[in-house]
Design a protein around this ligand. Structure first.
Ligand code: SF4
Ligand code: SF4
Length: 418
């Protein structure tokens, strides 16, 4: 299988060894985990095995694989065209040096890591993808797609930077363009029925995640933030229906744990909301540091968190045109820092901090991520006015700053102790 995918075998083996060890240290050594996390451990252990086989079988049946990096690419349309959407990762340090042969050092590690995975030929998801779907959410990504396109066909969906009528028009027109492209890839016409089915499938997944996150509002939360993050990461590449059923099973168990007062945390553990850049697999660094210090991460205002599931697509559309309007409406309601002005995001952060009973907020930005970094000033002001202590952590994927981050978070936790 690896040879047919043209994977570079030695570095791929190294990657799996490193991933296995890190996963075991961070995840499997947690105390008092819900039993239903077994499914997600299994998915991760088979991340380069069973799931890849399923993708290749899908291609053998005439389907296609579309790799994407961002929430603004609607999975519904890929599914309706007979494709499988795969969220490609870029959360590891080990591919960055490869990417720096093409990219400057001072851009975001997420961009460098994901481009590096392609260049190093060690990611079977990249190698299985028939094409990639990029977007224009930030300048670094926008230019990185041009480089990636030299190695794998990469098409770019324009995401506007304003949520006004003009912006909505741009995104809606882009969906028409995307439909045509996906129809070509799938050698099929995208039908009303296929989109309806895909919308229902994806909405059910979002509802399941929303129910799971609801349990984290309990004090103490019945599940660690690390486990919740893992689930959010798995959401990007697992089979949709199977993932939804597994999340529901876990939520059922968590409801029982809440009734019995079972939690991985002490009753008085400080409750932390994380806000900002996504933590793409296998980046578990900040969650791990925070929870190793005895605090509980109870919600992530991030693409690997609430932004992924917070609004549903209207299911009542009567024709394909109206379905595309409904998709545009839902996707443009995502509160990413790429928009200006962006009051909605700040308001939503306060709302989440209140709903999840956060004692403090850690604002997580990747180095050189200008939009999340610059937006911090507004978010900090609003959080302070609403009475929430906030700490900004700017980091990358190396382990070098872990000690310093730990010291700063320790001091923050001391400050917010109830
Ligand atoms: S980036 Fe993700 S999918 Fe790709 S090799 Fe790494 S863990 Fe696997
Ligand atoms: S983290 Fe920021 S800079 Fe990096 S890809 Fe995302 S938006 Fe762009």
């Amino acid at each position: 299988m690896w040879r047919s995918l043209n994977i570079d075998l030695d570095p791929h083996c190294n990657l799996l060894n490193v991933l296995g060890q890190v996963y075991s240290d961070i995840y499997l050594k947690q105390d008092n985990r819900p039993e239903a996390m077994e499914y997600f451990d299994f998915v991760l252990s088979e991340v380069h095995g069973l799931r890849i086989r399923e993708l290749l079988e899908h291609k053998a049946r005439g389907g296609f694989i579309a790799g994407a990096f961002c929430l603004f690419i609607p999975d519904e349309l890929i599914l309706a065209a007979g494709g499988l959407p795969i969220g490609l990762c870029g959360g590891a340090d080990l591919t960055i040096s490869k990417a720096e042969e093409y990219l400057p050092r001072n851009i975001c590690p997420l961009i460098k890591s994901s481009v590096g995975f392609k260049l190093a030929k060690i990611c079977p998801y990249f190698e299985s993808a028939d094409f990639l779907l990029g977007e224009t959410t930030c300048d670094g990504k926008k230019k990185a797609w041009e480089i990636l396109n030299d190695f794998v066909p990469t098409r770019v969906v324009q995401v506007p930077h304003r949520k006004d009528d003009a912006g909505r028009g741009v995104y809606r027109a882009e969906l028409d363009r995307l439909v045509k492209m996906l129809e070509e890839a799938g050698r099929t016409k995208i039908s009303f029925d296929a989109v309806k089915k895909a919308i229902e499938l994806m909405n059910n997944k979002r509802r399941a995640l929303a129910r799971l996150y609801e349990t984290r509002k309990c004090q103490p939360s019945p599940i660690s933030g690390k486990d919740a993050l893992l689930i959010s990461q798995v959401a990007f590449y697992d089979d949709v229906a199977r993932f939804t059923a597994s999340v529901d099973k876990l939520t059922g168990e968590l409801t029982g744990r809440i009734a019995q007062g079972i939690s991985p945390f002490a009753k008085d553990a400080p409750r932390i909301m994380l806000s900002g850049c996504p933590s793409v697999v296998p980046n578990w660094k900040l969650h791990h540091i925070i929870e190793s210090l005895g605090a509980a991460v109870v919600v992530e205002e991030a693409c690997t968190g609430t932004r992924y599931f917070e609004t549903l697509v209207d299911e009542s559309a009567a024709d394909l045109n109206a379905q595309l309007d409904a998709l545009a409406q839902r996707y443009l309601s995502i509160n990413c820092s790429c928009f200006t002005p962006n009051h909605e995001r700040t308001e939503q952060i306060i709302q989440y901090a209140q709903e999840y009973h956060a004692d403090g907020v850690i604002y997580n930005t990747l180095q050189f991520c200008h939009t999340y970094n610059v937006e911090y000033a507004r978010v900090e002001k609003a959080l302070k006015e609403a009475g929430f202590p906030v700490l900004k952590i700017e980091t990358d994927y190396t382990a070098e700053d872990a000690g310093q981050i730990q010291t700063r978070i320790e001091a923050f936790l001391e400050r917010i102790k109830p």
